[in-house]
Write a protein that binds this ligand. Structure first.
Ligand code: 13P
Length: 336
């Protein structure tokens, strides 16, 4: 087993999943302002530190994705954030892309940037304790989208990123996110997601990326958020599994879904059914941002000194997701 494969398995095995706490300062500001908390470096750290030092971290979380600001901050007890995470048994990770920018000649679409100087930044993050990384490509569904241009430029960037990350001893999370925004059907999401993921693997293979040392972070197959024909959770699980079975090479150890705007319960229920119906060799777990943090953030915003209530809320959510990652969740457990 390669070192990278071991790290990947440590992050996603035994029902553990990933806490995506890598919101950029811009996104985190929107999240905090939505609950009437001022977005300062101290407040951003304070909320995150409460999550990182919770019991839910020890029991459920195998990896945490950080943002550049957070990985450089010091916890209230004086230790580094990466030590705080490692001491709970989770692997510290870092988002290394610099965001989705307008794609020239297809201006309604985005291409993710951040390759310039990446090798040097990766060395710095490794020294700070990171052992895995994230890069997100983002694709919209529309009549003519995602275009071949967007699909191939994002796949190319994801592959170059992955090769550099592995060269520096870390596991790349490969995140091609086909957005749920729109009124498209689940079938369109299935077809577009399949095209996007296939192209990613074509490029990853071309760039000689060790597929046993990556984690794929895709969207689930859903109908668009404005679609009138929503499919059931059972159908989401079947279509998602079919797509991944068709498009992901067997060497990949695991898949950690993004929540992408689903509610906490939806994201949990869908993951649970994916695991119940899992007819692949892949570990299927979560790498959730909003679907892990939303309720905890709300509770915290009522009283930012109330660590216990915030942690209790987070612990519950993390436990539900971890049960779902083993196909052992049920809606009754939500109210226990
Ligand atoms: P959500 O689960 O909120 O979609 O965030 C996951 C993520 O990391 C998006 O890049």
């Amino acid at each position: 087993m390669s070192e990278l494969n071991k790290i990947a398995l440590k992050i996603i095995s035994n029902g553990k999943g990933i806490l995506a706490a890598d919101e950029s300062n811009g996104t985190m500001t929107k999240r905090l302002e939505a609950v009437n908390v001022k977005s300062t470096p101290e407040n951003r750290l304070s909320f995150r530190e409460i999550l990182f030092s919770s019991d839910g971290m020890k029991d459920c979380i195998g990896g945490v994705i950080l943002y550049d600001e957070t990985i450089n901050q010091i916890s209230s007890s004086g230790e580094s954030i990466t030590n705080l995470i490692s001491s709970s048994g989770a692997v510290p990770g870092i988002k290394v892309d610099t965001g989705a920018k307008d794609l020239a000649n297809s201006t309604k679409e985005k291409v993710t940037e951040g390759l310039d100087g990446l090798r040097d930044r990766l060395k710095k993050y490794y020294d700070l304790g990171a052992r895995f990384t994230k890069w997100r490509g983002v694709y919209s569904i529309g009549e003519n989208y995602p275009s071949k241009l967007a699909i191939s430029s994002n796949a190319h960037a994801l592959a170059r990123y992955s090769a550099l990350v592995q060269e520096n001893g870390m596991v790349p999370i490969v995140e091609p996110e086909v957005l749920m925004n729109g009124n498209h059907s689940a079938e369109v999401c299935f077809n577009k997601t399949s095209e996007v993921i296939k192209k990613c693997f074509e490029e990853l293979i071309l760039h000689k990326v060790d597929l046993s040392g990556i984690i794929l972070k895709p969207n689930m197959i859903l109908s668009g958020n404005l679609s009138e024909n929503k499919i059931s959770s059972e159908e989401v699980s079947i279509k998602t599994l079919e797509c991944l079975k068709n498009c992901v090479p067997n060497e990949v150890p695991g898949i950690a879904f993004l929540s992408g705007g689903q509610s906490e319960i939806e994201a949990t229920e869908n993951l649970n059914l994916i695991n119940k119906n899992n007819n692949t060799n892949f570990i299927m777990t979560y790498s959730y941002g909003r679907a892990l943090q939303q309720s905890a953030l709300k509770v915290w915003s009522n009283d930012i000194k109330n660590v216990e209530a915030t942690q209790t809320t987070f612990n519950h959510r993390a436990k539900m997701c971890t049960l779902a990652a083993q196909g052992k969740w049920s809606s009754e457990l939500e109210n226990k």
